[in-house]
Ligand binder design. Structure first.
Ligand code: GDP
Ligand code: MN
Length: 380
């Protein structure tokens, strides 16, 4: 579960990490009221689950009332990489001289948490990790002992953080580890940790992902989860009873069974495509479920082509094929190309039933995935 920035900042602030004064707003009037209370300049920040909000126009500064109104109008209601913005965080703008990165995550390879620090904080730490990995210093943590002060100082020095900041950054890092641990988090990240001209550090952004399976131990966080699940598609998936995860790519994926869907995801990646989602429609793929699944991938603006991968067990191929036909016949024009691969019980009958004016039928999974990746590239 991923918390919103404003929620993560609450948790960070409660733990003692310095955060800018801020309040959530959902209308232009509220933005102005909060800005007037906090004092200008303020930063107005879209609260949606996408990275790189700054670059995408989801974060803007306002110096006075007029600007606050303008940016609030721009950001509230905007579409940010497929997510509609309905809340913003209005925050005291930080006057910064430098941007650092600090984070705690689980290193699955080592089987240990790892603390990470970099002086190349700011917009894109993933790029830094790829192009210049030595710019991120790392220190593994023994969970039985936690992050020792000497380890925190070591990783901070290794990263090249200036001496006068080392104490404060180390302390933030230790606090971050403690809250990561006590909240059963999978990732806790501050990017940027801003440095002011007085050598103070402030968490200007906050990421906190919680292990879903541990939520029962954290009723306060579970409550936040309800608020955080504002994504329209995820809400739709809940309503339809699908297991659904939204991803960044443009190849929509529908399958029955988690393993089958995962395999399809891997193959899309293998053939050079990028999956747009994980969508498991479960057993008994009746027409209505098929229609609902197609509704989900078609209403995802990022999807350029769809691959349908069904293995018939109890679900019969001919039933699924009828469902797909029925679902697609409702459209005057099919919005995105659909490739279908049917296997298992009555697969052959199913393939015959499928209307190839509506879908592309492929016999093999590899063929279907390659075809969908091609379609997606053409449609881009
Ligand atoms: P992200 O792009 O979604 O990760 O959002 P961030 O909260 O990390 O903000 C991205 C960038 O916007 C930061 O690195 C800053 O350069 C800028 N920014 C964010 N908040 C402030 C602020 O309060 N003051 C100033 N001057 N810039 C800010
Ligand atoms: Mn950030």
């Amino acid at each position: 579960m991923r918390l919103h920035e404003y929620q993560a900042k609450e948790v960070f602030a409660d733990a003692g990490i310095p955060t800018p004064e801020a309040e959530l707003a959902t209308s232009v009037d509220e933005v102005v009221a909060v800005a007037e209370r906090i004092g200008y300049p303020v930063a107005v920040k879209a609260q949606v689950h996408v990275g790189g909000r700054g670059k995408a126009g989801g974060i803007k500064l306002a110096e006075d009332v007029e600007e606050a109104e303008d940016v609030a109008e721009d950001i509230l209601g905007m579409d940010l990489k497929g997510y509609k913005v309905d809340k913003v965080l209005v925050e005291e703008a930080v006057d910064f001289v430098d941007e650092l990165y600090v984070g705690i995550t689980l290193d699955r390879g080592e089987g240990k948490p790892v603390a990470m620090v970099s002086t190349e904080g700011g917009v894109n730490i993933e790029e830094v990790a790829e192009e210049n990995p030595e710019a991120i210093a790392r220190e593994h943590i023994d969970p039985a002992f936690g992050l020792h002060a000497y380890q925190a100082r070591k990783v901070v020095y290794d990263a090249g953080v200036p001496r006068e900041l080392a104490r404060d950054v180390s302390s933030v890092l230790q606090t971050l580890y403690d809250l990561w641990e006590s909240n059963d988090a999978s990732d806790a990240e501050i990017n940027p940790l801003m440095v002011t001209s007085d050598d103070d550090v402030v968490a200007a952004d906050a990421v906190l992902n919680i292990d879903e399976d541990a939520l029962f131990r954290h009723p306060d966080l579970a409550e936040m989860e309800e608020e955080a699940a504002e994504d329209e598609l995820e809400a739709k998936a809940n309503e339809y009873g699908f297991d659904y995860v939204r991803l960044d790519g443009n190849v929509g994926i529908i399958g029955n069974g988690a393993g089958l869907v995962m395999t399809t995801l891997d193959l899309v990646d293998y053939y050079g495509g990028e999956p747009a989602n994980f969508l498991d429609i479960g057993g008994g793929a009746k027409a209505e479920r098929v229609t609902n699944a197609l509704d989900m991938v078609f209403s995802d603006e990022n999807v350029d082509a769809v691959v349908f991968n069904i293995f018939g067990g109890i679900t019969r191929g001919d039933e699924v094929a009828k469902g797909i036909n029925e679902a697609l016949e409702q459209f005057d024009e099919i919005p995105k190309k659909v490739v279908v691969r049917l296997a298992g019980t009555n697969a052959e009958e199913g393939r015959e039933i499928l209307n190839d004016e509506l879908v592309t039928v492929e016999e093999t999974l590899e063929g279907a995935v390659q075809r969908a990746v091609e379609y997606a590239e053409e449609a881009e």
